[in-house]
Ligand binder design. Sequence first.
Ligand code: ABU
Length: 496
Amino acid sequence: NVGNKYYTDLIPLTKDGFEVTREFLHRVIQILLDFLKSSNDRSSKILDFYQPEQLKEILDFDILAEPENLDQLLTDCRNTLKFQVKTGHPYYFNQLSCGLDIVSLAGEWLTAAANTNMFTYEIAPVFILMEQVTLKKMREIIGFRDGDSILAPGGAISNLYAVMTARHKMFPNYKTQGLKCLPQLVIFTSDHSHYSMKGAGMITGLGTDNVISVPCDNRGKIIPTELEKMVTEAVARGQRPFFVNCTSGTTVLGAFDPIHPLADICQKYDMWLHVDAAWGGGCLLSRKYRGLLDGIERANSVTWNPHKLMGSLLQCSTVHFKENGLLISCNMLSADYLFQQDKHYDVTYDTGDKVIQCGRHNDIFKLWLMWRSKGMTGYEKHIDHLFDMAHYMVRKLKERKDRFFLILNEPECVNVSFWYVPPGLRKMPHNKEKEIKLGQITAKLKGRMMDTGMLMIGYQPLGDTPNFFRAIISNPGVKEEDVDHMLNELERLGYD
Ligand code: ABU
């Protein structure tokens, strides 16, 4: 019975506290197992939605002067999960990261228990080696023979590393002299690419005006001839184009930019080619879909987030460089309290000086363990299944074409974008006015979805296209009947 006990009864504060500790953690695990069970129970809700002010009334967030007992902490744990969205639920299609892999979860528990920092081999020997082997494997899959990689806190930071490293390669004096030694550098990226490219321009001192958006075709893919035109215009303005971002799997439509033509342009104008495959990188594991990233081996750097298509637990983002040595020379600050050069082991295994943060979370164990559990063949099946489900959904939407309107008839990835068309608009010809109405209905339906809690799909506008739904199929537990549920539920919620 832990009811009347306090944190002071747990190890390490109490010498004989192991039994209370065991009981307390068993109860936490029971709460966690209940959460996992309901996350996979199709009759249970994904969320109990409350407005922020209501939730503040329901939950007690106060941190008091006096300690709460362990029973209260268990109630806090249960309530926390009760009001959390179940992102592993098969009816959750809301973000690029859906699902909850149990092996990856086991890795994350043990990662928390090991509670180490990834900056030195000294305190994370197994995890450092695991990271090296896994990242090398990813580079081989990309097609980089040598190179270097690092795990970063999210794809935006991975993309930032790519910009910083490119600048360092071309202008190494920047590290000591700062902006004054640079010409006006310019980044090019498609107008469907992730907003983190603008962020990288802002953070690196280029300014967002110097992150130039290149138009896309009607499938959301960058138009290489437009890129070349804009590069020559920038040169004529006296600017220095130095970085092209090619997106492999855009956030909204899931489009893949053509890598070879962009690589040719980069070669011609001496620019760094970065492939942001944060979303689409997982396709490299499937023989059927790897071709979507044809030419990726020509990139100088690649972002690839295993927490997206590969389904590793959040967060797990990687960035890979073709040239070895650049990461360390770009970021090294040689803090000698951590990175002593006279340690009694090979200090090239210390990763901490390759990164801009000091403390770095261990994001490798959950990925490595999950990958071991599947092997290459299991991962290929995982990716192929996601695409099968997306293709199934597109077929079903086409069968109900009086009630749904596909934004892209043949999406390239597992993003399926569409409007739900309510009864009152079905006879109206498709024009801008109708699109505006459909956009308003989309936001309204999302509200109903969240209030009833049996479905979650994201929505957004894109350029001058008003709000539409973007369903993401990245939970390998999704089956055909779950896709049927999604469409039926949309029709039920949008009956009027
Ligand atoms: N690029 C971060 C993930 C965004 C999304 O889930 O839609």
